[in-house]
Design a protein around this ligand. Structure first.
Ligand code: BMA
Length: 835
């Protein structure tokens, strides 16, 4: 068997293009035009507007390649496209091979009869997706979200490429994944499906192998398993049938665990097809040994929804993942790796691949395997109605089978989910037309066709028909006591952050709050005159209609009016922190009843104001630093209940801990008023209220505006976390100028910043003016008696800098600097009685 890649030497042409463009696969029209200076950056200012015109034309990609006799003489030659975006007419040496209609599936064609020894010519004509959906929409109007181009549900192309409430309307076209030719004689391995049976001391692997045979000759099969230490063992079977089962026992298995619960050892399975002792075809699959189950069982509150890995129920912590770039040709393993490691750095154990985008590249899942992130995988359907005609059904069936076969062996794959929010839409969204035919199509596709396909191709992975859902059949998809919930009353519903506490969802798979990205990111798409959140350019990069007003509403509820544009950006990121932290801490305090928190959203596909915690350029917003804190395996949290202050510890580690908590009630100048210590044993995988403090009844309303609580959690003499808590909204708290000092020194691999302050400082942000850096901690709180050391690893800075440059570029601000302070007069504090 021989494979040649056909990814090099392509040219792009179209009607108005004078000079053809040389390119490579992955290729996209907009990226090729951009790279060759034919269009200006579509992400800059309002350049997005040119995209629809570009996507309203047809384009031609062509390549030539030569083949030798050896390849031509084989019995079969397959031309394989891993991803065509989307409406392609494929010709080989002038003969039409096929028309395609689905970017989410793979296409393979037998082409032996069309190929020549020597030069061959392959062309892919891409038809305009915009013209297509317009035509189809005229024939049959399908409902979809108004933020995307009308008619998008007609085409199996990433929905959000047509626009979303965080995405530009930029439906690029391209050949977005590998193209290759494979020649073989005798036969090949068509399909390998591995299942695992876990026993006390061993795991039994069962291989179901499907063959394609082009000869009557007998084949043998060898299965080799290599463990994470490199030790191999093989099982052989002679004279195999077209479908064969082989079992292989792994003794003393090394189990795969999600991040935070253990290691991620991976095993390699090699399946070899042999004829007369010679290798005919070999397939290699990496997998991890684990069980992942979703427990959806009746209990005292309703019905659980919890992930159980190797028998251990875990609290899912993470966020929702959307496509990383609107121009898909710019994606890379390197960029995805950075994003995945950023998730691990923030203590995630799960990512939800949201259904309105694309099925990610295989390296995305390989990275999730390696780093221990469980993948919640939606099928690519979201917030829309579909017409389940024969053509649509056929292409979706291929799409499902292709992706299930591609992804089912990944250790990280935790759940298949039919779609995003469509069941909820039918039940709760007024704007969704009540169309019985489309509703019947919904049931057929998500509650019959897809689960039937999964029974055949991946019965081991749990299937959930929609997110959110209570189990399907339009049975109260928003029920807080069953299944998963998307909770949007905080943000879309303008409810206060405290509203989260009213609910004890079983699993909150979406909730979110918007913020603006870093000023450095805003600078990339604006001119100075645009830097006002209501400017036309800033509004172009804000896709959720009423969102800027919402940010300002929540701002008015929580903070003083910011003094300038940059302070407003900073404030928006703090609001986002306050919202999401409030929700997560509440759900983690209710561990057991609630078993998951996935905030909306991890990342951005272009520079935009959105719900993300990491922006398009990979810059961490305040929220990502806080995710690291509120998703820490050991979480210290404080909550007020009337006159009482509760101190909670949530322990998501596999060991019980002896928690030493120290609390201090302090004045805004940092002076200690009273304090105490709490010692408490917190069992593994549990949440405990460690104490209820009653000092608040002695603190007057005036004093509350000048008093804060500082708490630290120590385990084994190590401070795990330090938090401060205000008893009034930050806008009503009297912050004194903290006069923050930073002593910066250099070690071989890092810069070390020791922060100190003259009075209480909240949300102290460190940033570099021109460079980017991920700090060991950020947005910290300072008290005069507690210095905080922050490390900036040199390899986390995007450019080599000297100590002097680092110092020059280091910007520090806190909540005090956000607003104008006219006077330093303070209200008198008075006495706080100590009991
Ligand atoms: C959720 C998601 C997305 C959307 C987000 C923000 O409902 O599923 O469709 O972008 O909310 O509105």
């Amino acid at each position: 068997m021989k494979t040649i890649e056909l990814n090099r030497n392509w040219i792009l042409t179209y009607d108005d293009l004078q000079q053809p463009i040389q390119t490579e696969i992955p290729a996209s029209v907009m990226n090729d035009l951009l790279q060759n200076g034919r269009i200006s950056d579509p992400f800059y200012r309002d350049n997005e507007d040119q995209a629809i015109e570009i996507a309203s034309k047809d384009y031609l990609y062509e390549t030539s390649f030569s083949l030798d006799d050896e390849m031509i003489n084989e019995d079969s030659i397959k031309l394989r496209f891993q991803g065509l975006d989307t409406l392609a007419e494929i010709k080989l040496n002038g003969s039409l091979i096929s028309h395609t209609n689905n970017m989410h599936r793979m296409y393979e064609f037998e082409v032996k009869e069309l190929l020549n020894t020597g030069e061959n010519h392959l062309s892919v004509k891409l038809k305009s997706p915009i013209n297509y959906i317009k035509e189809k929409q005229k024939e049959l109007a399908l409902w979809g979200v108004p933020d995307a181009e009308e008619g998008y549900p007609h085409l199996r192309k990433g929905h959000s490429m047509f626009g979303w409430d965080w995405g530009p309307r930029m439906p690029d076209l391209g050949i977005w994944r590998n193209v290759n030719l494979t020649s073989y004689s005798k036969g090949r391995i068509d399909d390998v499906y591995i299942t695992q049976q876990h026993h006390e001391e061993s795991v039994m692997l069962n291989f179901r192998i499907g063959l394609e045979k082009l000869t009557g000759q007998a084949f043998d099969m060898e299965v080799t398993i290599t463990d994470p230490n490199g030790k191999s063992e093989s099982t052989t079977k002679k004279n195999v049938a077209l479908t064969e089962e082989i079992t292989h026992k792994v003794e003393q298995p090394q189990l795969w665990w999600p991040n935070g619960y253990g290691k991620q050892p991976l095993y390699t399975a090699e399946v070899t097809l042999l004829s007369e002792g010679k290798t005919v075809h070999k397939k290699t699959i990496k997998t991890g040994l684990r069980t992942i189950r979703v427990k959806h069982e009746k209990d005292e509150w309703g019905k659980s929804f919890e992930f159980e890995v190797n028998g251990l129920s875990l609290f899912a912590m993470g966020a929702n993942y959307i496509p990383e770039d609107n121009l898909l040709a710019r994606n890379s393993r390197e960029k995805t790796k950075r994003l995945i490691t950023d998730c691990v750095d923030a203590n995630y154990n799960m990512l939800r691949v949201w259904g309105g985008g694309i099925y990610p590249e295989s390296y995305f899942y390989e990275l999730c395997d390696e780093y221990g992130l469980i993948v919640w995988q939606d099928f690519m359907f979201a917030c829309s109605t579909y017409d389940l005609n024969d053509e649509f059904r056929d292409t979706v069936v291929h799409e499902v089978i292709d992706n299930v076969k591609r992804l089912r062996h990944h250790a990280s794959l935790g759940i298949w989910c039919g779609n995003n929010e469509i069941e909820e839409g039918w039940e709760h969204w007024e704007q969704m037309p009540n169309d019985p035919k489309r509703k019947a199509d919904y049931i057929k596709l998500f509650e019959y066709i897809i689960p039937e396909l999964l029974k055949e191709h991946d019965p081991e992975t749990f299937y959930w028909s929609s997110s959110p859902s209570s189990g399907g059949g339009f049975d109260k998809p928003r029920d807080p006591n069953r299944g998963d919930v998307h909770y949007w009353e905080v943000w879309h519903g303008l409810k206060p952050f405290t509203e989260y506490e009213k609910y004890h969802f079983r699993f909150c798979s979406e909730f979110g709050f918007q913020s603006f990205p870093s000023i450095k990111t805003i600078d990339t798409f604006t001119e100075p005159e645009d830097r006002n959140i209501f400017s036309r350019v800033m509004e172009k990069h804000q896709k959720n209609g009423a969102a800027n007003g919402k940010i300002l509403f929540y701002l008015s509820e929580n903070f003083l009016y910011p003094k300038d544009f940059e302070s407003l950006i900073y404030a928006s990121q703090l609001l986002q922190v306050e919202a999401i932290k409030y929700g997560v801490e509440h759900w983690r305090r209710n561990r057991g009843r609630c078993m998951g928190s996935l905030y909306w959203q991890l990342n951005d596909c272009w520079p935009v104001a959105s719900w993300s915690s990491i922006d398009y350029y990979g810059r961490w917003k305040a929220l990502h630093y806080f995710a690291r804190k509120f998703y820490a395996p050991l979480l210290l949290s404080v909550r007020e209940e009337g006159e009482n202050v509760e101190i909670h510890v949530t322990n998501d580690t596999r060991e019980a801990v002896s928690a030493e908590i120290e609390w201090k009630l302090k004045k805004n100048n940092g002076e200690e008023i009273t304090g105490g210590r709490i010692s408490r044993q917190v069992s593994s995988l549990s949440a405990e209220r460690c104490d209820t403090l009653s000092f608040l009844k002695n603190v007057s309303a005036t004093q509350k505006r000048q008093t804060y609580l500082e708490c630290s959690l120590k385990v084994n003499d190590k401070v795990i976390s330090n938090v401060t808590h205000l008893f009034v909204k930050p806008k009503h708290f009297t912050f004194i100028d903290p006069e923050i000092q930073a002593a910066v020194s250099e070690t071989q691999d890092a810069f070390e910043i020791v922060l100190s302050s003259q009075s209480y400082a909240k949300f102290v942000e460190l940033d570099m003016t021109d460079n980017d850096c991920v700090f060991s901690d950020n947005f910290v709180d300072l008290s005069p008696d507690r210095k905080v050391t922050i490390i900036a690893e040199k390899n986390s800075i995007n450019k080599e800098v000297t100590l002097n440059t680092f110092k020059e570029q280091l910007n520090i601000r806190s909540i005090y600097d956000m607003s104008v302070h006219e006077s330093s007069n303070q209200e008198a504090y008075g006495q706080v009685s100590s009991n």
